[in-house]
Design a protein around this ligand. Sequence first.
Ligand code: GLC
Length: 542
Amino acid sequence: MSAAANWWQTGIIYQVYPRSFQDSNGDGVGDLAGIIARLNYLHSLNVDILWLSPIYPSPMHDFGYDVADYCAIHPLFGTMADFDRLLAEVHARGMRLLLDLVPNHSSHLHPWFIASRSARDDPRRAWYIWRDPAPGGGPPNNWLSHFGGPAWTFDEASGQYYMHQFLPQQPELNHRHPEVLPAILDCMRFWLDKGVDGFRVDVIGMLLKDPLFRDEPENPSWNGVREYQRLLHVHTANLPEVHALIRRMRAFLDGWDDRLMIGELYLPNADLVRYYGDEQGAECHLPFNFQLIRAPWDAAVVRHLVDAYEAALPRHAWPNWVLGNHDQKRLASRVGSRQARVAHMLLLTLRGTPTCYYGDEIGMLDVPLPLALMQDPPALRQPEIAHLVGRDPQRTPMQWDASANAGFAAAGVRPWLPLAPDCGAHNVARQLADPSSALAFFRAMSALRRAEPALASGSYRSLDAGKPDVFAYLRGDPGNALLVLLNFAAEPRCPVLPLSCAAADLLLSTTMTPPRRVSLSQLVLAADEGMVLRLPVAGCVA
Ligand code: GLC
């Protein structure tokens, strides 16, 4: 697949964390009517595809990733009529809507688990993963929860343990039982029939576990900090047979026209690209590529990882890049506010579908919280490393304007998480009025991406920039080539480029200086500056 033809290839994905986007009914939690009220803003960002974190009924132990009903809307977020209106309004703007599908585990309050737990001989018993205690008592094996503690909880009433790789309130479905996948597919059908454009599938690589329930080996390079990392998860994630299951999900989705399936996977290239599937069977259109989130922010490292990913992609696979999500420290907190613009220029000029996280377009920062105000379960379950594992700081309410509660909720309402202390000055309204703001830059960059086929679908080639700290690459064809120069340093840099032309047209700079013709031999990138330039039609690129 060389040229981008589909909406999910050319479009920009934007993740909305519904709890934190816009409250419309005064309960301090964002909702669907709030998202509808902000659709024109989202449209103005030139983003094309909205992905909503879970909006289903849930006791909210993991803030919606514990689903109690896959085919309904949590009253906290609104009604099914609100959802239908949201979908229609998104489509009316030419945009698409993705839901979050959580097939690996349900809530402990899902009727399936309530039945499963009710008796050993209940027909739903084997829909979940139940095991007898180990011979000497205690959990059946050494498997661990991502959120701290064992991956097993004892059920007194039935005398067995059930498995959960997250909270005890998130029991794992048994995808080796023949009825479980069809039950999940039925839930997909419900939303696909409504016209939802696809799904981001939660922890898609974890759907199957070792049928022999063998202990996981110790991780020889464990640093002693996160308990979960003490083991190598060879029996609970990325089992070879999971691919067949994912192929069935994809084949089912392909029963509807033009829908999208994204998989959440944190994997090295060789393992990640297997989740595209192959000629025998398609899997994810986009297995999420999180490398830009995890890599040290260094030009040489980033060049290497982009080149290595491009080289690892199978011929039929379309690339994708992600800068942030609700599980990761915020972009501007990771790389700094100035480099956050460079990172957005990178994201929006690389080959492949970009994914952004709400608020990053205005450079929102993590909001540090004292333990007493934290709500995220991994933090509460591991208080000694709460600041390392807690995800509340990156989930705080969107900063809209200088009014009470930054426009997220009405005056006098207490938002579910505190707003950033500087939200009176750091917000959408302020940045809309400032032509050199992060937001103005984001909009200009996303507009440029939309306007330039070389960015949406052209080829990619990195260049030696002759200086450390500069990442340089070409997009497009020799007849229509754009040059991207990114200065990762907080000092000016003068790249020395292997190009034969003397001048180029600067289309956009992260500094928002006006477009102009520049000399390539005397080019100076300011500290933290990124540039997109158009090269002359002929004689520049070999
Ligand atoms: C995914 C979600 C995360 C959630 C976990 C369990 O990693 O992104 O927020 O806690 O799955 O569902």
